[in-house]
Ligand binder design. Structure first.
Ligand code: FAD
Length: 158
């Protein structure tokens, strides 16, 4: 199957957008990811899929901890930045939570310890045990067919 057919099909699955962050010694690293999902309530587990070629894989492998920040619709620029799509290096002021860097003003910030790691083709699935969560009100940044969208809240589908 052609890669484009697969990508186009997966792009029909609307998601939120997260930034995964971690810290190794004194170095902080962030990466945009939408391959994120909730996995289990008891214990509280989430999953993020990281490309094997991403720098983030090395960081998480060594740190064994990561944070997930769910972005608000005002944070499209941060999503593009942490996806390496903005050709500049910025000074980012992270919000520290449980001694881990997270994205300030995001809708949710959660701290995870690596619970399990699964090789999956050209990606690695990191299953994290959630140890703490902060939530804030606001509207999510969404991603559909390769573009960012605002969620227009209207009538619920009956
Ligand atoms: P880099 O490309 O090196 O880092 C990303 C950017 O963040 C660079 O500009 C870097 O300078 C900057 N940066 C990192 N840390 C800091 C810091 N401490 N201070 C300042 N700047 C910093 N890839 C996946 O593997 N899984 C996914 O689920 C996924 N979902 C995506 C969803 C969307 C909407 C988009 C746009 C991209 C997605 N990607 C995903 C692609 C992924 O975000 C990019 O390939 C990313 O560049 C890989 O990150 P990296 O760890 O290699 O780090």
């Amino acid at each position: 199957m052609d890669d484009r057919i697969f990508r186009n099909a997966m792009g029909k699955f609307t998601t939120g957008v997260t930034v995964v962050t971690t810290k190794l010694d004194d170095e902080v690293h962030g990466m945009t990811a939408n391959a994120f999902m909730s996995v289990s309530l008891n214990p509280k587990l989430v999953l993020v899929s990281i490309a094997n070629k991403a720098m983030m894989k090395t960081y998480i492998t060594h740190a064994q901890k990561f944070a997930i920040s769910i972005l608000s619709q005002e944070q499209k620029d941060l999503s593009a930045y942490f996806a390496g799509q903005i050709n500049e290096t910025r000074t980012i002021y992270f919000q520290w939570f449980q001694e881990m860097p997270t994205i300030k003003d995001s809708l949710v910030q959660m701290i995870c310890e690596v619970h399990d790691v699964v090789d999956a083709g050209d990606h690695t699935l990191y299953i994290g045990k959630v140890t703490d969560i902060n939530t804030h009100s606001g509207d999510p940044l969404t991603f559909f067919e390769g573009n960012y969208h605002e969620l227009i809240k209207g009538n619920q589908v009956k």
